[in-house]
Each structure stands twice: as C-alpha cells, then as structure tokens.
Design a protein around this ligand. Sequence first.
Ligand code: MN
Length: 330
Amino acid sequence: MSTVHQHDALSDDATTRLREIAERLRSWQGPFVVIGHVDPDGDAVGSVLCVTRALRRLGKSVSAPITPPRFLGFLAEPGELCDPLETLPDDTLLMVLDCDLARATGAPLEGAALVVNLDHHPGNPGDAELHLVQPQLAATAVLVKHLLDELGVDWDSHLATPCLCGILSDTGTFRYANTDRHTLEVAGALIESGVDYPELTDRLQWRHPDYFRRLASVLATTRFHFDGALVTIHQDAAMRAAHDASDDDSNDFVGIVRYAEGTQVAGYLREIEEGVKVSLRSRQGFSARRVCAALGGGGHEVAAGARLRGVDLVQAEALLKEAVAEELAR
Ligand SMILES: [Mn+2]
C-alpha cells in the first residue's frame, strides 16, 4: 500500500477560490440556507453546524435544515437546526456541504440566488455556481476550518467542536488511511481552541441502550466464508423490529467484524422493504467498490454498498459470495 498524502494545506488556486467564497459570504445581505447530504454523518452535521454558527456570528440570517442521526443529536442546541424547507426565501445563498448537488437534501436547489458547494468527494462534478471540491482532504470539515479562517472568525469550542466532529467522523477517529499530517494539524488547532476532546470522543460513542442488544443479536449471525477472507453478519426484519434503536445506529456493526484476523472484506446484510441492503468494508488491496458495483451499487474502495431488490437474505448472501469470489480471483 503506497498512498501519496497531501501534507500541505490547499493549493494556491484553491486558496484563491476559498477567499472568493469567503468574500461572497461576508458581503451577502440576503438569507443563508446551509444543507448537507441524505443520511447525514458526523462530517455533514458538523460542517453544517460549524458554518451556521459562524455565519450567525457575522450577523447573518441562517437556516440549517438538517436532521442529525440520534447519536449526533447532542451536537446541536435546541432551535439551531430546522425541518426541511419546501421553498427558499428570496435572495437566498444556499450552501451545500459534504456532497454534490444531486445528493443534497433539506431544501430545494431551485430558487437559490447563489449556490455555494464545499465538498471532498472525488465524484463531485463541481457544477455549483461557486464550488470548491478538494478530494485530498479527509473531511469537508477540514475545508470548513480553512473557510472560517478566511472569514476571520474567533475560534472557540462552540465552533471547533462540530468541526472536529466532522474530522473524527470521516477519519474513524484518525484510524483511516485519509489521516495525514494536515488532518492532524487542523485537528490540533481545533483542540487548542477549547474543544473538550475526551468529552467529545466519549460522547460520539454513546448509543441507545437497545443498540447493544441489537449488536448482540447481529453479531450472533457472524459467519466466515472463503477461509475467513469474507465475514458476514445480517439482520432480518424480525431482529430489526425487536429493538427500538434507529437503524442508522447499526451502520458501524460491519466495521467491528472487519477486524476479524485474516478478513479482507466484511459484509452486513440488512433485510429492508424492497429487498436486502448490503454494506461492505474491506482492507486496502480488496476493492469493496468493485464488488458493490457488480451488485448494482457503488462507493469508495474500502467502504461501499448496494441495494439488492426483490431478493431475500439467503439469495443476497449467495450473490455477495459470487461477487466476492470474483474479486478474490483477480
Ligand atoms: Mn465527508
């Protein structure tokens, strides 16, 4: 595995663009709406909250229509976030964070006076009027940190905590391959500006008590295939119904079994209304993306997913094994 990491901050071009964006934000007199992607994660929620708080400090009128998953609910104060908007107020500057325009949710894109898009996903086509897409950055929150620096805000824990949450979320608390010197330096600066780091990392692991009962029932389904190269877990409709915890909380189960010795790829199969949802996590060198593409889905090299329509768990597992066998033979 040889990954070339970008150790420097942004390129000169990117810095110029970021200054331009900061200038537009500062001089904008109309309302702001700040949104993220469907199934928002810590980077989407953290980036939206951080930008929202900074703009409000600059005296701007800001709506943030985003609904955090239960385990991230602690980040927001009552009244800070709102329900999805059906229409945009006149003269709105719409900020789309941590996704391209196609994955954005919370407000319609139509009717925005200006759309600004900050993201780090490599597939972002950069079709917003004003955009900065930086795939070498570990999180959109890193870009948000630079934006707020350009805006000249005074960093404190109120701003730095959601920003650091975005970085922790997208780097798996500095465990993933996207953790580089730049990421750690930005995180260090955020911690220095007053984040209660042990409190934040502890709080990010809190889960509904039912989460642990569900974890136990799902882990009881652990099976190894291909001499352990593939490990699978599953959850059927009855197991899901037995517990209160919201399903987005169970996304990280697959990451647990991925740590089984000798495993190259871990699969989590969940019975859903229209069939089976497959989530894969792999080690470097095994393409979860290609396996999921073969199943009609997609994603990153080491984290990908697919929805298999009209099949049951047994059929889904057979299809997954077939696709994994092909990838193992490459
Ligand atoms: Mn992200």
